[in-house]
Structure formats: C-alpha cells, structure tokens
Design a binder for this molecule. Structure first.
Ligand code: PFF
Length: 459
C-alpha cells in the first residue's frame, strides 16, 4: 500500500472531480452540438447517455480508485490479480498524459486571449481580421510555446503542493469563481436584444434532427466531458475517504458538468443571434472560441466599450480556469503514477511529468508555426495528438474500462463499495450492474468503431 493523503472534505472531493469534468469541452463543443442537433431533444439524449453510460462508468472508476487507494496503474494491477487487465490502468495513465500535452497548449491560448482582451486588442477590429489575429498568433515562432510553459507551470505549482493543500484548496477557490463568472456572463448575455432567439435555438426541441449520428455524438461528448477513461476520476477517488458516497458524488459531478455546459450555451448564443450571425457558421472548437467569439462579443456589447472588454476578459479567464482544473487532474494521474510506481517523491514525480509535457507540448504548440512542415497523414503534430487521443486512445481505454468494470470486478466488492459497507442504501444496484455489463460496453464499443471510421466504411 502507498503512503498517501486524502481530500479533507466531501465538498472538496466533489469540486475537484467537477473541476476535472468542467473544461474546454463544455464551452467549445457542447453548446454548438446541442444547438445544431435538435436543442432540448439533444439534451435529453445527452442526459440519457449520462445515466446509462456516464454514471455507471464514473461510479466504477470511483470505486476502483477508492477501493485500492492507489494510482490508476497500481489500482488495476491490484484488482487484476496478475492478468492482462493490469494494462488497462497503464493505458489510462498514458492516455491522460498524452492528452495533457496538447490540451495544455490550448490552455496557453486562453491566457493569450485573456491578455488580448484585457489590453482591448479587439476594439474596432474588422470581422475578417479575427482569423488573421489567431493565425498569426499560433504561427508565431515562440509565443504559443511561452504561454504553454506558463500554463503547465501553474499546473505544476498546484499539483506539487499535494492533494489537500494543492488540488483541493485550489478547487475550492477556483470552482466557485468559475460559477460566479458563468452566472455574470449569462446575465449579461441574456439581457442583449434578440437573446430569446439564441435561447430558443439552444432549447427548443427538434426531434427530427436526432439521427444515429447525433446519438453517437452525444455519447462521445458525455464521455469526454465527464473525464472518463483516463484515470482522472479513479486517481481522485483514491483520495476519497471511506464515508464518501460514490453514487451521490458521481451524480453531483455529472450535474455540475451538464449545468455548466448548458449555461455556456446561454453565454454564447444570445450574442451570436444579437449580431445576426448564423449559428451554423460559427464553427466549433478553436475556430469558434478564438475566431468567431471575440468578434461576436465585441459587436454584441458595443465595439470598443468597457463592457465588451470586461465581458471578453471574463470569458477567456473562465476558459483558462476551466482548462486549468482539467489539466491539474490529468497531471495528477501521471504524477501519482510516477511517484508511486517508481517510488520517488511527489515533487520528483510531478517534475518528471511537467518536463515531458513541456517538451512534447512545445512541439504541439509550435506545430502551426516553425514546425508546420512536420506532418503525417496531412496532420501537423498538434492535430496528430488530438486525433490519436480522441479517435483511438480515449475510446479504446473507455471501452476496456467499461468491460473490466462490468465483467471482471467482483460483484460483492462492488456492492460493498457502493453501499459504503452497508452504511448507505443502494436500491439502484441491479440497474447499475445491467448498465455496466451490457449497455456501457456496447455503447462505448460503438463509439470506438465510429471513431475508427468503421461505419463510414460500411456506408
Ligand atoms: N472533461 C474535460 C473537458 O470537458 O474539457 C476534458 C478532460 C479532462 C478529459 C480530464 C479527460 C480528463 F481526464
């Protein structure tokens, strides 16, 4: 057994796990997929995915972590009794570390855009110019790397301080800050003329848009957004104490994550409709966040005004905080792994991870500029990291976790952990097991095959 800390409170545990879940995915993907795929109809499907797939897997990751009180690789090794399933934990750690390398690059971009907003660099800029601003920033020979290093440096400082005085303390300050910023931004945004149209776009259900493709998107999004499949929740749960209710904590984390994602839609769409832009043309991910939205916010809140400036600063700072609490969780997975499996101090473990991420992250950060010539399958380094993790590592690791939890974990161990050894009732136990054995593995397999392009091929 390892010598380790625990979270000091249940609230701290929930906020830390919610910090991992709430990230860029909530802001730059969820609202757009929702608006374009049937509004409330999509949200209903998404919530169903959370109940049938997300919660069972999240509870399993919690249970595996708390039962073993070990880093993810150690946890699977302990539970796999020498079988090949131990590789699932290692795959989870590798996936988390790999994602961290490019996710932190985008974290760096959020710092740059917070800075640009604060110096009012977007005032009076022509709509077409925003694309150039972004391109010239990401292709700069050193600036994206500098911001990446700052971002990973901040992550390092939090992680190295430990579970209680680093991660928990930070989450307890940053998550409420994030909620307050979200509420302020929603209030400003829904007061804009024409906001109702934006809210309608997000919420009015249109079931005719729900296709099998949309269901697959909902499953994939739920998976990424809840931080499943990378050992984050397993690692955090290894710091839960024995009285933490696992199912309730998972429900709270999923609830917070979904509410923030929907609120992000309330921030984005009213402004888009206010300036008469077509929501189907604003893009998704980086192009939405760093090209469309700075323009939208300037125009919606009177170009060059103090309000436009403050709104923009708050928005990018929000993204920064959301990304940071997620990278902290990714970093912790790898740090716990290195320090426990190689028997070194936490400081050394964290430093090893920070250095490796700094090197690979720098390659990703410069892959739109000086390193843009390095490509494979027509993708630069950043895009390769994104594609490899999103289409292969993540769904593969998720699928194996779902199968491991459903088919190999001892049923009695499951019952004991869920009920805290009989202290809390778990009337949903049977349904949970059914979801875990049949629904979740099948669903995640389908997502995996979809990401591999098997269905396109069949078509
Ligand atoms: N859930 C985060 C998001 O929605 O952006 C991303 C993420 C963080 C995924 C941590 C996985 C993870 F382990």
């Amino acid at each position: 057994m390892y010598n380790r800390e625990n979270f000091g409170s249940k609230l701290g545990a929930i906020l830390a796990a919610a910090g991992s879940a709430v990230g860029l995915g909530n802001v730059w993907r969820f609202p757009i997929i929702t608006g374009q795929n049937g509004g409330a109809a999509f949200i209903i499907i998404y919530v169903l995915c959370i109940f049938l797939l997300g919660l069972p897997i999240m509870i399993s990751e919690f249970l595996i972590g708390r039962h073993t009180h070990a880093n993810t690789a150690g946890a699977y090794r302990i539970l796999s009794n020498g079988s090949a399933w131990k590789w699932v934990g290692r795959l989870g750690v590798f996936t988390g570390w790999f994602i961290l390398c490019y996710y932190a690059v985008v974290g760096g971009w959020t710092i740059h855009y917070t800075y640009l907003s604060a110096v009012n660099a977007f005032a009076g800029v022509d709509a077409q110019e925003y694309g150039n601003i972004f391109t010239s920033f990401v292709s700069n020979p050193w600036l994206p790397a500098l911001w990446l290093l700052v971002f990973i440096g901040v992550t390092h400082v939090v992680v190295v301080r430990g579970v209680r005085s680093g991660i928990e303390k930070f989450s307890k300050v940053m998550m409420p800050t994030l909620f307050i910023i979200v509420i302020l931004l929603v209030v400003c945004s829904v007061m804009l003329p024409g906001a109702e149209q934006g809210i309608k776009f997000l919420l009015v259900p249109d079931f005719s848009k729900v296709t099998s493709e949309v269901v697959l998107q909902a499953m994939g999004q739920a998976f990424f957004s809840l931080s499943l499949g990378m050992g984050c929740l397993c690692t955090y749960a290894s710091y839960f104490d024995k009285s933490t209710p696992l199912a309730k904590t998972a429900l709270n984390v999923s609830f917070i994550d979904t509410v923030i994602a929907i609120m992000a839609g309330f921030i984005i769409f009213p402004s888009i409709f206010n300036i008469g832009m077509d929501p189907n043309e604003v893009g998704m991910g980086a192009s939405l966040t760093f090209i469309s939205l700075p323009n939208v916010f300037q125009k919606a809140f009177c170009d060059g005004s103090l309000l436009a400036c403050v709104f923009s600063v708050m928005f990018y700072f929000l993204l920064f905080v959301a990304a940071l609490t997620s990278t902290i969780s990714l970093h912790e997975v790898a740090t716990a792994y290195v320090s426990e499996e190689f028997n070194v101090s936490r400081r050394v473990g964290a430093t090893v991870i920070t250095c490796t991420v700094a090197v690979l992250g720098t390659l990703c950060a410069l892959s739109f500029g000086p390193l843009s010539g390095i490509t494979l399958f027509d993708m630069n380094i950043f895009e390769l990291f994104d594609e490899f993790s999103g289409s292969i590592l993540l769904p593969l690791s998720g699928m194996l976790i779902a199968i491991f939890a459903g088919w190999t974990l001892d049923r009695q161990l499951y019952r004991d952990e869920i009920s805290n050894h009989g202290e809390i009732k778990a009337p949903y136990f049977k349904v949970l097991i059914i979801c875990l054995r049949y629904v979740a593995p099948v669903a995640v397999c389908v997502v995996f095959l979809d990401k591999l392009g098997v269905f396109d091929f069949l078509k």
